[in-house]
Design a protein around this ligand. Structure first.
Ligand SMILES: [Cu+2]
Length: 158
């Protein structure tokens, strides 16, 4: 009895400790941002660049947030001359020593069933779930409706 209990407790501690250590080692999220939504909109999107400094590929398997009923990974792609959007259910691979960009017209985090419109100046908290790195929390500033991302806005200031 006592021995079994010891094993159970040890297993639990390992499960909690492992992802946190891996997260700082390899995955970095750059320039997370979102875009303000018009009144009455039920969906929004968030973008970012995910960098992997590690020697092994990782995979973004899911995203969660409390601003929407569901948070999904999507891809926009031209197919037969039509822009199509699909849910990325297999996860998004971040190659070893590489990066993957989530940006308008490509991969994005889709916020489905917004609880309220996203307003410029607010900040969204997203929790990214990686196969190896575990959970990574990011804060994404909401930019105005015409914004194409933090870098473009930065260029406009010069
Ligand atoms: Cu989408």
């Amino acid at each position: 009895m006592t021995l079994l209990r010891t094993f159970a407790v040890t297993g639990l501690l390992l499960a909690v400790a492992a992802p946190a250590a891996a997260q700082t080692a390899a995955i970095r999220v750059d320039h997370p941002w979102s875009r303000a939504t018009p009144a009455g909109a039920t969906a929004g999107a968030a973008y970012m660049t995910i960098e992997n400094a590690g020697n092994a590929e990782d995979r973004l398997t899911g995203v969660s947030s409390d601003v929407a009923a569901a948070t999904e990974l999507h891809e926009m792609k031209m197919a037969d001359g039509v822009m199509k959007m699909r849910a990325v259910t297999e996860g998004l691979v971040v190659p070893a020593h590489g990066s993957v960009a989530l940006k308008p017209g490509g991969y994005h985090v889709m916020l489905v069933g917004l609880k309220k419109p996203l307003k410029a100046g607010e900040t969204l908290v997203l929790t990214l779930d990686f196969a190896k790195a575990g959970k990574v929390e990011v804060s994404a500033p909401v930019m105005d409706m015409t914004s194409t991302g933090p870098k473009m806005d930065h260029m406009k200031m010069h």
